[in-house]
Design a protein around this ligand. Sequence first.
Ligand SMILES: [Zn+2]
Length: 140
Amino acid sequence: MSSDQIDDVEIATFCGRLTCGKAFIQTAGRGRPKEFCSETCRRAADRDYKRARGRAGVLDEQLRRTRHEVAAYGRKPEEGQWTPAERVQAEIQAQTALTRATTVLELGASSERLLTELQALVMAIRPILADSARQAAQIA
Ligand SMILES: [Zn+2]
């Protein structure tokens, strides 16, 4: 008995082409195992693979561009709405205006100076309250 005869085992397997999947018999132990039921399927699978690889490349590129676009815009969902960074910036300015107004109230100042600090405080707080009102309107 030769080793060829021992290794000649017929096994059932399935065609590797996704749209076929047909069962076929192949002889194990003789060279590279067949992946496809036919030469037609082998060629078609190669075409399918190249097409899918091309599509994946196009989609990868679209995804890369879209992510770049998202990063470039930051978070600006709607007209007139602040990004989190803009909100933080406005709050810092309001905090500064409040500190200055508190200081002139405590230490006293000319009415002209008091008026200036009060105006600055109003200008700093008004847009924050407007933004809060916009957010509240969206939640409601
Ligand atoms: Zn097939």
